[in-house]
Write a protein that binds this ligand. Structure first.
Ligand SMILES: Nc1ncnc2c1ncn2[C@@H]1O[C@H](COP(=O)(O)OP(=O)(O)OP(=O)(O)O)[C@@H](O)[C@H]1O
Length: 501
């Protein structure tokens, strides 16, 4: 990789999708080796579309891709990979029943199987040491954590000869400490002559790691800033124009808790995906009107706890009551019927049916209320959700799979907030959302708690979010829960200490 000079130019790229959505209009962008670019923009700005064009998933209506003065014809990902352009997304694309080494060698052309195998094994050992994430070449992919899978994805890109590495929210959901190690590793890749493009909604992080920031707004480049020029304010201004003023991390007013517990868990024991205890004796009570936030590093049992509360995961020991009714192991359908909304982990995979349209994805919940769906009502509600959350879509009749990641998340969040008559259980309620929408969602959650008296329990790795939204804070670490803590009086470093001790 080292000495070879590389200059990639995306020139005047335009892309319109069926239904008339102009995703990109005359977008130009340059990239050199040794450069780290952050590609930023609000939900639906066109970031993924631009990178999918570079990676051959979409073809542009107009415009060209030029590598070292040669115009490339990239019609499919293999064309891009042959040129060293490789994209990694937030959802691992690995084959679960194969081993790490087998996954790494898939797609290697003109390499003898054994040579490919030993090269892949050496590389995975080397990089897992560098990033501090333990993986062995003969581990089956199904047994890996999300972080391990993302490392395999990145190493696969390197095995395939990546010179330009595109990470579309690929690091966003890793724990902060691991994200930092990945960034160090990407800086090294860059120093050795690679180029990196990162798409993220974590703007302060982008400012720390990128040499240059390119901002898209409504399908056009709204500005570019070098590392020296870039400030949080300037970037937000380019992303959201005057609406940037709405971004705030100030604490939302505390709501007055009622007396009655809506969600009550006593001494819960729950297993993780691989049969080891993930939740160890957790007791928690959330009252009417209360928002309880669980802080913690990913993988400390938060997901399993929330899944057990909603009835998705078996409870080995302990009891859950909703509104005084024992719902232990009663199943998600029964618990949902009590008016409990749920925002799952990986909402884009588990929260929607990709081939159905927006209105059908909203209607699913109405099955729970009546045998016959009142379509006029569902249509009215769908239109309200589209309007409230500014979901970018030609109409409510388009399949959700055409939406951008953030807009898809808005469908899930809008539907669940609407459905929550008694309680909301949410895992990372603002993931994939841009900063403005995230603030809006937190405000709506708080309003519902204050005015409609629902009980909310959510987990988030983002401590700013936990502090902004919670009336009560808990910390989960190694399957155990600490708290309750009052956010008004508990210093952040106390919470951070409990998260990592
Ligand atoms: N296959 C498709 N068919 C129709 N429209 C699409 C398709 N893919 C993307 N779009 C539309 O193009 C626009 C840009 O989407 P894109 O995914 O590039 O946004 P983004 O900036 O990556 O957003 P996010 O931050 O939400 O992920 C959106 O309005 C989206 O609905």
């Amino acid at each position: 990789m080292g000495s070879q000079q590389l200059e990639l130019v995306l020139k005047d790229i335009t892309k319109t999708f069926p239904g008339g959505v102009i995703a990109l209009q005359d977008v130009s962008m340059k990239l050199k080796n040794g450069e780290f670019i952050a590609l930023l923009g609000e939900n639906g700005a066109g970031k993924s579309t631009l990178m999918k064009i570079l990676y051959g998933i979409y073809t542009p209506d107009k415009g060209s891709i030029i590598l070292n003065d040669e115009e490339l014809s990239i019609r499919k990902p293999s064309d891009a990979i042959r040129r060293g352009i490789i994209m990694v997304s937030q959802s691992p694309q690995l084959i679960d029943r194969l081993t790490v080494a087998e996954n790494l060698t898939l797609g290697l052309e003109n390499v003898k199987p054994f040579a490919g195998f030993s090269r892949a094994s050496i590389m995975i050992k080397e990089y897992s040491m560098k990033v501090g994430v333990k993986i062995k070449p003969d581990d089956k992919v199904w047994s890996l954590t999300y972080t391990q899978k993302q490392l395999v994805e990145i190493v696969r890109a390197l095995v395939l000869g990546a010179k330009i590495l595109i990470l579309d929210e690929a690091l966003t959901y890793l724990p902060l400490e691991e994200r930092k190690k990945f960034y160090v590793f990407l800086q090294e890749f860059k120093r050795k002559g690679g180029a990196v493009v990162v798409i993220t909604h974590k703007i302060p992080e982008a400012l720390e790691v990128a040499d240059r920031i390119v901002v898209l707004r409504k399908g056009r480049v709204s500005g570019e800033l070098t590392r020296e020029e870039a400030t949080l304010e300037k970037v937000r201004e380019l992303m959201f124009a005057e609406a940037a003023r709405e971004i705030t991390y100030e604490r939302l007013p505390s709501s007055v808790k009622g007396e009655r517990p809506v969600i009550k868990a006593e001494d819960l024991w729950v297993q993780g995906d691989f049969g080891v205890p993930a939740v160890k004796g957790v007791s928690i009570e959330v009252k009417e009107g209360e928002v309880a936030g669980i802080a913690g590093v990913v993988g400390n049992g938060q997901r399993e706890l929330l899944e057990a509360l909603i009835g998705l995961r078996r409870i080995d020991k302990g009891r859950v009551h909703i509104d005084g009714v024992d719902v232990t192991n009663k199943g998600i359908g029964n618990i949902r019927n009590m008016g409990v909304g749920f925002i799952p982990d990986l909402p884009l995979r588990y929260g929607v049916s990709q081939d159905n349209n927006i209105i059908e994805n909203i209607a699913v919940l109405f099955h729970r209320e009546k045998f016959v769906i009142d379509w006029d009502r569902v249509q009215g509600l769908t239109r309200d959700i589209i309007k409230t959350f500014k979901i970018l879509t030609p109409s409510e009749f388009y399949p959700v799979k055409i939406l951008s990641g953030g807009n898809l998340m808005k469908v899930v969040v809008g539907r669940e907030l609407n459905y929550s008559r008694r309680a909301l259980i949410a895992y990372n309620p603002t993931r994939a959302l841009d900063e403005i929408t995230a603030v809006q969602v937190r405000r709506i959650i708080k309003d519902k708690a204050m005015n409609e008296r629902i009980a909310v329990i959510f987990a988030s790795e983002d401590l700013d979010e936990v502090y902004q939204l919670s009336d009560t804070i808990y910390v989960m670490n190694s399957g155990k829960i600490h708290g309750p803590f009052d956010p008004e009086t508990t210093p952040r470093d106390e919470i951070e200490r409990l998260m990592v001790m």
